[in-house]
Design a binder for this molecule. Structure first.
Ligand code: AKB
Length: 339
């Protein structure tokens, strides 16, 4: 008998840890956690099994398939936009080959289980690519089908991952005599930059937001790599987890798309600094834009139109900018660095 579990890849990452914490606080699911880096002990002890391993390790994946029934997969493992521009080939392997392998695994699982496997895939604002600042400013909040011309390998990979998911949901082996009907129930969210009070992201371009905050809270000077007027959408981690769970639970018949924008607030880097400085008056942030990283953020929209998620599955963030800083980020982070 295979053990029925929820698979979380990228379990040691920011979102992986927050998701496993949430799932195990709100029930007692059996979680199979997988990451190339060791899952921290406090999260590991909440899992049925936490494996340090690579989603591209065929032997490991075959072993997991033979031991587990996985009706629900959160595929969070990814190499983000900054790291991807140093090693695009590695990004392609993890983000494309890895996603492809996981979708294949989901289709095999579905054959055995006899129903669709739910596959939750965090995509990103990085799938958008606006050609210049003037277009970005004029475009305002953009919808899912606009400006799908990413500048980064990560953005290209995520966009293709969305298409692969749609293919596995509707067209997988469509000409084969024994083709399965909808083996994968693929659901994806395009997240803006994420900020957590507990963890720092690594390898992304939106990292300047969380880095500014975490440096200030530790009274460490920070050199911000984008201009003060740089604007893009952000969201706090509790809202990101809420969005994933809401989409996972949404009735299939309500969904009109496989891919949804979500957002909550979109400050400029300077506006992001205001509540940080108010809370930590010794904050030392200087703006020294790195033209290459600036160009990437300038290609991402100023705001996202998330009306489709609001309509189809009742999406609404809990935290606007004020609440995010006053009720979540500042109090939690202050406690974190003073104990
Ligand atoms: C990154 O900066 O690469 C990520 C993202 C916007 O998806 N945080």
């Amino acid at each position: 008998m295979r053990k029925e579990s929820i698979l979380v890849t990228g379990a040691a990452g920011e979102m992986g840890q927050a998701l496993i914490y949430y799932l195990t606080e709100h029930g007692s699911p059996s979680i199979l956690a997988l990451d190339v880096n060791p899952v921290p002990d406090k999260i590991k002890k909440r899992c049925h099994q936490a494996i340090t391993g690579d989603i591209l390790d065929e032997k490991l994946m075959d072993r997991l398939i033979s031991e587990y029934a996985l009706p629900l997969i959160y595929h969070l493992a990814a190499l983000l936009s900054k790291r991807g521009e140093f090693t695009p080939e590695a990004a392609h392997r993890v983000n494309v080959d890895g996603t492809f392998r996981l979708l294949q695994m989901a289709a095999e699982q579905s054959d055995w289980i006899g129903s669709s496997v739910k596959f939750l895939f965090p995509s990103s604002i990085a799938v958008y690519g606006l050609p210049n600042l003037e277009t970005k400013t004029q475009a305002g909040a953009i919808g899912e089908s606009e400006w799908n011309m990413p500048f980064t390998m990560y953005g290209c990979n995520k966009l293709y991952g969305e298409h692969l998911g749609r293919y596995y949901a509707h067209h997988y082996r469509q000409l084969a005599a024994d083709s399965q009907q909808h083996p994968v129930d693929f659901r994806s969210i395009r997240f803006p930059g994420l900020i957590s009070a507990f963890t720092l992201p690594t390898g992304g371009t939106s990292d300047y937001g969380p880095e500014m905050l975490h440096h200030a809270a530790q009274q460490v000077p920070y050199v911000c790599f984008v201009r003060e007027d740089t604007q893009m959408p952000f969201m706090v981690m509790p809202d990101a987890i809420k969005a994933l769970i809401m989409l996972e639970c949404a009735p299939h018949e309500n969904l009109t798309s496989h891919v949804y924008n979500v957002t909550s607030f979109n400050p400029s880097a300077g506006e992001m600094l205001e509540p940080i400085r108010a809370a930590f008056p010794d904050t030392q942030v200087t703006f020294q834009p790195d033209p290459k990283r600036q160009k990437i953020v300038d290609s991402w929209p100023v705001d996202l139109d998330d009306s489709r998620a609001r309509h189809d599955w009742g999406w609404e963030p809990d935290y606007d900018r004020e609440r995010a800083f006053d009720e979540y980020l500042i109090p939690t982070i202050s406690k974190r660095y003073t104990v």
